[in-house]
Design a protein around this ligand. Structure first.
Ligand code: ATP
Ligand code: MG
Length: 202
């Protein structure tokens, strides 16, 4: 049987091999660039991950912009936290969920008006991080012109990071992105009779 010393020596060799590989990968990643990140999928964690990156960015003193394309029933903690923050310009589409408004024309007008704020942020090189929360729905519903949205993303300042969230991200958006995560739904408490919880869900 392997002695404790032999086991520890084997662990050390394995970790040395791993460190060589990790160090080589770190050394190979030498570029800086404004990233396009897409957080999609049916599971919980897209917007909260995006706002996690916003919190990191604000922590580092970066100037940020947020556009939320769907406003829920509840006042979100992220809005309360960042709406008056000097580093954050925060816009919320002034309609609720599309199944709440039940008015397509009104939703389209609101989406287009809200997109103007996004377009402005995407053309301002002083804004270092832009979060377009729930943008994908505006494209799947056809409320915004996908070609126009992708063109604005492509033409943004080269060092500006953009985070897009929402289910069913289009192929075009995914193809453009530098980092794409699909959050998979395994279980969600809401589907088991638990109502939305402050801090966790909104
Ligand atoms: P979060 O904001 O919590 O990160 P999300 O952005 O991934 O969630 P959305 O589709 O934007 O998900 O939905 C927002 C709300 O719906 C949140 O209250 C969230 O907890 C809830 N939710 C997200 N995914 C699911 C799901 N698979 N089943 C039920 N409710 C969900
Ligand atoms: Mg979300």
């Amino acid at each position: 049987m392997e002695t404790r010393e032999e086991r520890n020596a084997r662990h050390k060799r394995a970790m040395q091999r791993k460190k060589t590989l990790v160090d080589a990968r770190i050394a190979a990643a030498t570029q800086d660039k404004g990233l396009l990140l897409v957080l999609t999928g049916n599971g919980k964690g897209k917007s909260s991950s995006a706002f996690g990156m916003l919190a990191r960015s604000v922590g580092h003193g970066l100037r940020c912009g947020v556009v939320q394309f769907i406003k829920g029933q509840w006042e979100c903690g992220e809005h309360l936290l960042f709406q008056n923050h000097p580093l954050v310009e925060f816009h919320v589409m002034n309609t609720g969920f599309t199944w709440e408004t039940q008015d397509r024309e009104k939703d389209i007008a609101a989406a287009r008006a809200t997109w103007q704020h996004a377009a402005q942020l995407l053309s301002n090189p002083e804004v270092q991080v832009v979060l377009l929360d729930e943008l994908t729905y505006m494209l799947t519903y056809g409320y915004l012109d996908a070609t126009e949205v992708l063109a604005a993303l492509a033409a943004r300042p080269p060092r500006q990071h953009v985070i897009v969230t929402g289910r069913n991200a289009s192929e075009g958006l995914i193809a453009m992105a530098d980092t794409v995560s699909e959050v998979q739904d395994i279980r969600h408490a809401f589907n088991h009779g638990i109502r939305v919880q402050k801090g966790i869900d909104y």
